[in-house]
Design a protein around this ligand. Sequence first.
Ligand SMILES: Cc1ncc(COP(=O)(O)O)c(C=O)c1O
Length: 350
Amino acid sequence: MEIEVQPIEKSKIDSIDFENLAFGRVMSDYMFECDYKDGAWQKPVIKPYGSISLEPSARVLHYGQAVFEGMKAYKDDNGDLFLFRPKDNWERINKSSVRLAMPEFPEEYFMEGLKQLVNLEKDWVKPGFGNALYLRPVVFATEAALSASPASEYKFMIICSPVKSYFSGEVRVVIANKYSRSASGGVGYAKAAGNYAAQFYPQKLAHEKGYQQVVFTDAATHKYVEEGGAMNVFFRIGDKILTAPTSERILDGITRKSLIQLMKDNGYDVQVREIEVEEIKEASRKGELKEIFTSGTAAVISPILGFEHQDEKFELPKIEDPFASKLKKMLLDIQYNKVEDKYGWRVKIS
Ligand SMILES: Cc1ncc(COP(=O)(O)O)c(C=O)c1O
């Protein structure tokens, strides 16, 4: 499938300081766009990155019909380009779309769109651990109409942003006991735009108290740890690593499931089960809680240094050789084509 490319006049790449990139601020030269109307996805196009026009009555602005994905293109030391488990992102965006009564996007359009776009932008992908081209597929309701019902017109886009190794600084988290990001029967498992809007306020309150993130608990009882606002979470007690099972309330993170597989295959004692907040607090009091780390495409793995729950503060010990670093290296080695990929996760695109 050959996608029409509308050429740019001049690349902006020479004006970009690749050493000092704030996450998601700089966009590359091109974007992929495909409209849905008359019951079908129309011919996709790759065109210069730029503004789009929407009517103020576009349904997305009123009813939030929008879902997205987050993925990366990696370059190895030979200049070859790779995606990581892109089919999983395609499946997940469609799962998200179905939940928001939006049309599914064809696999061929998704894969070819990514491949041809990233190939055009190959100079924007720098080699070296941490460097990548962050890819943001997004679908939203464009139809101009104010009745509260699903739209009949949508736009699917992929935009690209070069990123450096994501270092979020020292991260301490609040374990939520009032606010929730999702509830049973809701949209927690979908990457729906509204899920992020809904957690900005609790996150703002956490910031005001000096914490960087919120780890959400189950909406019904607030007794069980679920996930962060944009990342899954792991706890290491002794040599045991715990993470909550995915559910209709938790996003099925691609990093999370890759890490679980790597842990299983490398002899780690990983347990996917419900985790009581009390268990974590008790382990911390006894000095058995060794590590907390989050997982997600943007930062891969980030260590958490401490947490607060109901105004009680906990600090994690400083440890040599954390599991989080070993696991991160294992995953990066696969993503950057440093080791054999026995899982078939890496997809070469040029
Ligand atoms: C709510 C939520 N949980 C988990 C993740 C991690 O998912 P992945 O590893 O697929 O990036 C993300 C980020 O994409 C997220 O938004």
